[in-house]
Design a protein around this ligand. Structure first.
Ligand code: ATP
Length: 243
């Protein structure tokens, strides 16, 4: 479904990604982990056209999308749930969801059915459908951000730091939703500061360090590898946080 080959991205003189390759198969649930500043968000932003690649290619369903715009990529069914959620605070929950449906324009979509699916997965959003997005709790806003992406009928979802700042209970709700969405046939690539949980719920994983891919493999095997435990899962792992 997604094949990234030799991708490099720079911000001026900063080489944020250097020659990175990864794959997400149909129906796969894949994690991308690494310390702060490793290049994870840059990777997602480059795949979905928010940031331009300097070198390399991104193939989606066999099509070269490397230099398409973000909205052209979204319309093909590759959607990102960005870090920070970017909810439109003055619009209602339901209006935020309906805006997400714009990404599906040109493909067959039933608005009502989309809303029903989001409300079935996140009943609290139905209860609060008339509330302004800005008054929701952090966890509810994360649900709204995921629901908004669902409205765009994604084939592949890129999820950036979905559990950041959430209570353990709320993070579990979000991870359960991710697993459920994947079980409905949506391929998902997640970037997570909570590497332990990410490795628990995914099939395969990639580890980035300073813009370079340093490990890849089956998530369960990486999770039991002493060097991975030391660097990313153990007591010496970097705490979650922003720059
Ligand atoms: P975090 O988990 O802390 O968000 P990350 O792994 O997602 O980190 P990126 O945000 O992709 O990492 O950042 C990779 C590198 O690129 C870092 O050195 C960062 O400072 C730099 N960087 C990211 N965005 C920009 C930007 N807009 N302009 C300049 N440098 C940037």
């Amino acid at each position: 479904m997604l094949k990234v080959s030799g991708l490099s991205t720079s911000y001026g003189g900063i080489h944020a990604l250097v020659d990175v390759s990864l794959k997400v198969a149909n129906n796969a649930l894949v994690a991308l982990i690494g310390s702060n500043g490793a290049g994870k968000t840059t990777m997602l932003n480059t795949i979905c056209g928010v940031v331009r690649a300097a070198h390399g290619t991104v193939l989606f369903d066999g099509e070269d999308i490397t230099y398409l715009n973000d909205y052209e990529i979204a319309r093909r069914g590759l959607l990102q749930v960005p870090e920070g959620r970017r909810i439109l605070g003055s619009l209602s929950v339901e209006e935020n969801l309906l805006l997400g449906g714009l990404a599906a324009a040109g493909r067959q979509v039933q608005e009502r059915q989309g809303l029903d699916e989001v409300y079935a997965l996140f009943p609290v959003l139905k209860e609060r459908r008339r509330a302004p997005g800005g008054v929701l709790s952090g966890g509810q806003q994360q649900m709204l951000a995921i629901g908004r992406a669902m409205m765009g009928r994604p084939k592949l979802l890129l999820l950036d730091e979905a559990s950041l700042g959430l209570s353990p209970l709320m993070a579990t709700t979000v991870f359960d939703a991710v697993v459920h969405l994947n079980s409905t046939g949506i391929a998902i690539l997640i970037v997570e500061q909570n590497a332990k949980r990410a490795l628990e719920i995914t099939h395969t994983a990639y580890i980035l360090e300073q813009g370079r891919l340093v490990r890849e493999g089956v998530s369960a095997e990486l999770a039991s590898d002493p060097s991975v435990i030391d660097h990313y899962l153990g007591r010496t792992a970097q705490p979650a946080g922003r720059h």
